[in-house]
Every structure is written in structure tokens, then in C-alpha cells.
Write a protein that binds this ligand. Structure first.
Ligand code: UD1
Ligand code: MN
Length: 435
């Protein structure tokens, strides 16, 4: 028995090693572009961080055991295939629900969804139409049996105080969402759904992205959504790397996948208005995260919407839409599992040297190789806003979480360098008063 456990732990450690090494090779290919000495130094530094990670895990054999089981389940390393390349869990039929109202330009979204979906069987498209607008209904009907047209017919006026009247659109959206999601999970009984709005463009690998990440969402209970959207996804704030994915504590929405399990939780308390900000509240989020891409797999062309194009002109229209197809199902995505991601993330962020904002603004970065990462530290909300303004990332918080943030850290690329806007080391939770 003891021997068996010993073998188990030994093979567990070996698997972890292979896994960490694979991650290392996959995501640090850019190191080769550095000058050779610098590359070697960074490799050593990085490897030693990985050593620490494995070492920490070695302290706790039970944790390793559970962890190895999870990893085996996700990537099937015990199946005789040592490529570690594929998340092999079976993927169910995943429908897309497109929420529409009175914009016939919904055709722009539908054309892309139909063009890019690998098959109509695996990704059935449902359009849920609110508002009863005839031109929009015709536009949807023109797709015939390529999609299913659902009609939300509850148009009863919502009783609102004078003060709340201006938010009527948000009430209608929340009501429509509840109905549409009930159709997907209760009537049609799907186990997960991809949610899209009628003003979204989608990337060529939109479906592949969600299909590949479904197993991760199903397995990693610290995740509660997969989103196609990068809130800070402007071209000059992102690395030109379509492969790269991140974890975020900020619920991005805007092309996202929800499982029935999470819907079971949300349905009984679904809000009357502002459903997306409600999702961002700690009571709903419960410290869970979403996966988001470095380069967005959606972008919005809805200039005039319910929120009156609040951010459209200043921000939304600059979000870069990915245009190369990444075969995510052939990639090892286990690096996104919390147990692997968090220690690496902390090590990379907190090993990056701190640069003062003023020095960064004056481009005075002395003694660092061109593409080494840097960290700009913030301690207060005002400090964060000041830095965010200077760099051009979103400045707002919802329930204490900055857009795109993970463990308080907003990661972006600026002037060709990876930059982390980070709280001091030892972060222990969001401050709900930052809003
Ligand atoms: C913003 C968000 C959106 C969120 C909404 C609710 C962005 C860019 N958009 O909406 O993701 O869902 O707030 O908080 O952050 N719709 C109806 N019934 C209506 C009016 C609209 O179902 O009476 C649908 C639209 O078809 C669309 C969605 O609701 O699918 C959002 O409407 P839109 O007008 O685009 O509002 P945004 O300001 O973008
Ligand atoms: Mn919109």
C-alpha cells in the first residue's frame, strides 16, 4: 500500500514536471527572440520559479494526489498519448443564443455565426427576439432553418418610478435574458450555452475557443464563465499573440459561456435590471473567475444601444477583433487551471521589477532588456485611476474589481512591454468600496 502510494506520488511529480515544462516551452517561445544571455537568465529565473511551485506542492501529498487526478482527467495523460496536447473531455452540443430586439443589423452577427460555426449540429443557433419589431423579425426569418427563431412576447410595460424610467431598457434586457436562458436550460435542456448580443462581431475561431474551454469550465470550480471579450483589448494594449488566454475576476460578458450548473444558481434570484453588474457582485461571483483572451473573439458595432453608446466612441470601438484561427482544441490549456495558473502568475508578476509611473511616462527604463515585464504598483483607488489614465486602460471598478483584473492585477502590453498594474504583494481580496 505504502509502495503504491509512493509510486503514485512519484508519478504525480513526474507528470507535474512534464506539464510545467510543456507550459514553459509553449508560452515562452518568445524568449528565443531575446539576446542569448538574457534569454538564458530568464529561463533560469523562470525554471527556478517552477521549481518552487513543484516544491510547494511536494509538501502536501494529498493535494498532489487530487491534483494529478484532476489533471489526468482533463488532459488524459494516462491514455498513452504523451503529447499533452488535447483536452479530451467530450464536448456536448453547445447552442448559441443571440439576443435581439429592434436592430435588423442583427444580420451582421448572424452571418458570421453561421459562417464560422464548424457544424450546425454541434452549434445550433437560437435567436431570441424581444420587442416584436417587424423588420428585425424578417431579417431573422430570412435564415430559414439555419437557426431557431424564439419570440419573447412578454411586452407588458414595466411599472417604474419616474426616477427609474430612464433605466427601462435595462429592465427589459434583464427580463428577456431570464426568459431566453430558461428556454435554453429548461425547455431545450442544454448543459451549456454561448450568449451573444445582436451587435457583436465574432472571430473565426470563436467556436473552437468555446469548445476547447468547455471542459475547463466544467472541471475547474473556481471558474464560472468563459468570455470572448478582453475589456482592455485595444491593439496598442495587447500582445500580438492570439494563443494567449488569461484568468480574470472581472465578469466580461460580451460573448460568453454559461453552464446549467451556474444557471441553476442564478435563476431563482435573477435581477430585474443591470444583470451584468449584478453578476459582478460578490454574492453572485463568489470569488470565481472567467477565462478571457488576450485578443478579443468579439467586438461590438452597436454604437447606439440601451446605454447610449456610453463607452463606444471612447473605448469599445477600439477593441481589436482576432482574425487568425487558433486550433484551441489541439492546445494544452491546463495552464489555466487555478492550481497551475496562480503560482506562476504570482511569481511572474511579483518578480517583475517595480517602475514608478513617472519614470514609465518619461520612458526612463534603464538596465532592462527591451521586452522584460515591469510592474507599476498601486495602493489606493486613486492611484490605480491615475496609472490607468496614463496608460489608457479602463479606469472603472465593479464591486472592487478593475476591468480585466485578476487578484487585483491588470495585465496589459504598453510600448512593447508586458506591464502589470499590481497591488503590493500579499493581496488578500478586493475592496468593495472601490466602485
Ligand atoms: C449593455 C451591455 C450589454 C448588457 C446590457 C445590460 C456593453 C457593450 N453592453 O448594453 O452586454 O446586456 O448593458 O446591462 O457593455 N435588448 C433586449 N430588449 C430591449 C433592448 C435590448 O433584449 O428592450 C437586447 C439587445 O438586442 C442586445 C442586448 O439587449 O442583445 C443589449 O442591448 P444594447 O442596446 O446593445 O445595449 P448596451 O448598451 O450594449
Ligand atoms: Mn450593445
Amino acid at each position: 500500500m505504502k509502495r503504491k502510494l509512493g509510486y503514485f506520488i512519484a508519478s504525480g511529480i513526474t507528470i507535474l514536471w512534464v506539464l510545467f515544462f510543456y507550459q514553459y516551452v509553449l508560452f515562452h517561445q518568445n524568449i528565443q527572440e531575446l539576446d542569448p544571455n538574457e534569454g538564458a537568465n530568464r529561463k533560469i529565473k523562470h525554471l527556478s520559479a517552477l521549481f518552487d511551485d513543484v516544491h510547494n506542492l511536494e509538501q502536501d501529498s494529498e493535494k498532489i494526489k487530487q491534483y494529478v487526478e484532476r489533471v489526468q482527467e482533463v488532459i488524459g495523460v494516462d491514455g498513452g498519448d504523451s503529447s499533452l496536447a488535447v483536452l479530451r473531455k467530450e464536448i456536448p452540443v453547445i447552442p448559441v443564443i443571440v439576443f435581439g430586439c429592434n436592430r435588423p443589423t442583427i444580420k451582421r452577427s448572424l452571418d458570421q455565426l453561421i459562417k464560422f460555426r464548424p457544424s450546425a449540429q454541434s452549434f445550433p443557433v437560437y435567436v431570441s427576439q424581444d420587442c416584436g419589431d417587424a423588420a428585425t423579425a424578417d431579417a431573422i426569418a430570412s435564415y430559414g432553418d439555419q437557426l431557431t427563431h424564439l419570440k419573447h412576447t412578454n411586452n407588458t410595460p414595466i411599472n417604474l418610478s419616474k426616477k427609474d424610467k430612464k433605466f427601462e431598457g435595462y429592465y427589459k434586457i434583464a427580463r428577456h435574458y431570464k426568459w431566453g436562458l430558461q428556454q435554453m436550460f429548461r425547455k431545450y435542456n442544454y448543459s451549456a450555452v454561448i450568449i451573444v448580443e445582436d451587435d457583436l462581431d465574432v472571430a473565426p475561431d470563436f467556436f473552437q475557443y468555446f469548445a476547447a474551454l468547455y471542459p475547463l469550465l466544467a472541471l475547474d470550480t473556481s471558474l464560472w464563465c468563459i468570455s470572448a471579450w478582453n475589456d482592455n483589448g485595444k491593439a496598442d494594449l495587447t500582445e500580438n499573440n492570439a494563443e494567449l488566454l488569461h484568468r480574470t475576476d472581472f465578469f466580461p460578458g460580451l460573448g460568453w459561456m454559461l453552464t446549467k450548473e451556474i444557471w441553476n444558481e442564478l435563476e431563482p434570484k435573477w435581477p430585474e435590471k443591470f444583470w451584468d453588474d449584478w453578476m459582478r457582485r460578490p454574492e453572485q461571483r463568489q470569488q470565481r473567475s472567467c477565462i478571457r483572451p488576450e485578443i478579443s473573439r468579439t467586438s461590438t458595432f452597436g454604437k447606439k444601444g440601451v446605454s447610449n453608446g456610453e463607452f463606444f466612441e471612447t473605448h469599445l470601438k477600439f477593441i481589436k477583433l482576432n482574425d487568425v484561427a487558433v486550433p484551441f482544441r489541439e492546445r494544452n490549456l491546463a495552464y489555466l487551471l487555478k492550481e497551475i495558473y496562480d503560482p506562476r502568475f504570482n511569481s511572474i508578476v511579483y518578480n517583475a521589477p517595480v517602475i514608478r509611473l513617472d519614470d514609465w511616462k518619461q520612458k526612463e527604463i534603464v538596465g532592462l532588456p527591451d521586452n522584460a515585464a515591469v510592474r507599476i504598483e498601486y495602493r489606493t483607488k486613486d492611484q490605480f485611476i491615475k496609472i490607468a489614465k496614463a496608460i489608457g486602460v479602463m479606469q472603472d471598478f465593479k464591486a472592487g474589481v478593475p476591468r480585466g483584473g485578476y487578484r487585483g492585477v491588470v495585465t496589459l502590453v504598453h510600448r512593447g512591454r508586458r506591464v502589470f498594474l499590481a497591488p503590493p504583494a500579499g493581496w488578500d481580496g478586493y475592496d468593495l468600496t472601490w466602485n
